[in-house]
Write a protein that binds this ligand. Structure first.
Ligand code: AMP
Ligand code: ZN
Length: 465
């Protein structure tokens, strides 16, 4: 039995899909492609991946959709009150001297490349907001017909009071504190209520936007929230099973998605289970572009770590607890991963039958609200268990890796090329001489040749990235 914590009911619940045929619809809010995706964002996308894998482990058949926000996400949208600030894409285009379309393509491609490197479950579709403008306009029209919109100077807004009058409660996912916090930010005084949010924004008169479209209300672009309701319902239906995002989305973005969908269809709940991942911190504090610690996958790779070491690091924390990223913690994760690879390789070539006891225990851990740290502990216990023959261990690990996604099956015992072996022994010597500058230089050389070095308790290990 799979249990997960549902942010909607605020308790752990047994997972039971809406349909009886094992089909499950899942949607994860994806990145805004105005810059590189950060290690914080990747933590949330890895949660989406784990949910998919755990569902498959349990015999379900997920259809996975993830959006790519390439228009309409304003700089103020994550700061309490929606609809303040400028479009992140427009800001990035000025920064980079490109068009908004080029910015979206560049960071969108980079995101998809990173997605593969982290071995994340490929969605049925990555839906780009700019490719579903008609669907978003349709949805706003539906809301208009239902009397849930009004027009002000800068756009068409969702009327939360009218929505509540029609029998729904606005803001079920957030607590009152979050909603009040919204009032901290200076909000557009023309709005009837601070909680109301833009569905369609008019292009500013003084500025020509790269991204704008005709609509029944005038030329403009969609508000940030409408894309997720429109695109998820297009592929997963008016009501579906699971919706995932980072915990910050609980206060406005997700309540707004719910209000838009339920306001248009009259059906509740829009989504049965809402899963929210706790934030990744860096060096014990907030991660942010302005703090210079919003690391991305390129930073990880250029320091010689493989993205799968980052994946292993994510698995060491429970998704509902904050996880602290430091270079030391990533290094520890890389060492553990390499130790796991080494153990796996040493099990030899034969593959037997998986051990039922360990598979069951691993299954219990992942089904216990996706307790990946507990699941990893089962893996280490298995490796140390002297009573389990190597070929059984190997089969069990391969079964387990369908959820861990660490690519154990690809690990092979290949001799190092001579040039690499020479660099490794030169580095060993430099370490013996305590010449750290030289050993770091040699680590960088190895890294640029595609080899990752990890100094663990049991010595140095070299892996092909
Ligand atoms: P954004 O590009 O800001 O819209 O964020 C995309 C996704 O990443 C959302 O689900 C956010 O909740 C999530 N996210 C942003 N920052 C972090 C972080 N530090 N840790 C985990 N998830 C994050
Ligand atoms: Zn969303």
């Amino acid at each position: 039995m799979l249990t997960i914590y549902n942010s909607l009911s605020k308790k752990e619940e047994e997972f039971r899909p809406i349909q009886s045929n094992k089909k499950v619809g899942i949607y994860t809010c994806g990145p805004t492609v105005y810059d590189y995706v950060t290690v914080g964002n990747w933590r949330t996308y890895t949660l989406g991946d784990i949910v998919n894998r755990v569902l498959i482990w349990n015999g379900f058949e997920p259809t996975y959709i993830m959006n790519i926000t390439d228009v309409g996400h304003l700089t103020g949208d994550n700061e309490g009150d929606a609809d303040t600030g400028v479009d992140r894409m427009e800001k990035a285009k000025k920064r980079e001297g490109k068009t908004a379309w080029d910015v979206a393509r560049f960071y969108g491609d980079d995101f998809q490349a990173g997605y593969v490197k982290l071995n994340l479950t490929k969605p049925e579709k990555f839906t780009k907001a700019t490719e579903y403008i008609a669907e978003q306009i349709d949805l706003v029209e539906k809301l208009e017909q239902n009397g849930l919109t009004y027009k002000i100077n800068d756009g068409i807004y969702f009327d939360t009071a009218a929505y509540e009058k029609s029998g729904f409660t606005y803001g079920e996912l957030s607590n009152l504190k979050d909603i009040k916090a919204g009032a901290r930010v200076e909000f557009n005084k023309e709005k009837r209520n601070a909680r109301d949010f833009a569905l369609w924004k008019f292009s500013p008169k003084e500025e020509k936007r790269d991204m704008e479209w005709d609509s029944p209300w005038g030329v403009g672009f969609p508000g940030w929230h409408i894309e997720c309701s429109a695109m998820s319902m297009k592929y997963l239906g008016q009501q579906f099973d699971l919706h995932i995002g980072g915990e910050d989305l609980k206060s406005t973005h997700h309540p707004n998605e719910i209000a838009q969908a339920q306001g248009a269809t009259g059906k509740a709940p829009f989504v049965k289970y809402w899963l929210h991942g706790a934030f990744l911190q860096v060096d014990g504090g907030k991660m942010g572009k302005s703090l210079g610690n919003a690391y991305n996958l390129h930073d990880i790779e250029s320091k010689g770590y493989s993205p799968l070491a980052l994946r292993y690091f994510y698995l060491t924390g429970h998704y509902r607890s904050p996880l602290n990223f430091t270079w030391e913690s990533l290094d520890a994760a890389a060492s553990a991963l390499h130790k796991l690879y080494r153990h796996y390789i040493e099990l030899g070539e034969d593959i037997g039958e998986a051990d039922k006891g360990y598979i069951d225990r691993f299954g219990k851990a992942i089904n216990n609200d996706l307790n990946m740290p507990q699941a990893l502990a089962v893996v280490w216990e298995l490796l140390k268990d002297m009573d389990i023959p190597d070929e059984v261990k190997k089969a069990t690990l391969l079964g387990i890796d369908k959820v861990l996604g660490l690519e154990l099956g690809k690990q092979k015992n290949e001799p190092l090329p001579q040039e690499i072996a020479n660099l490794v022994s030169a580095r060993d010597q430099a370490r013996k001489d305590k010449n750290w500058l030289e050993s770091d230089r040699l680590r960088d050389s190895l890294s640029s040749l595609g080899y990752e070095v990890s100094d663990g308790d049991t010595g140095t290990t070299i892996f092909k990235k």
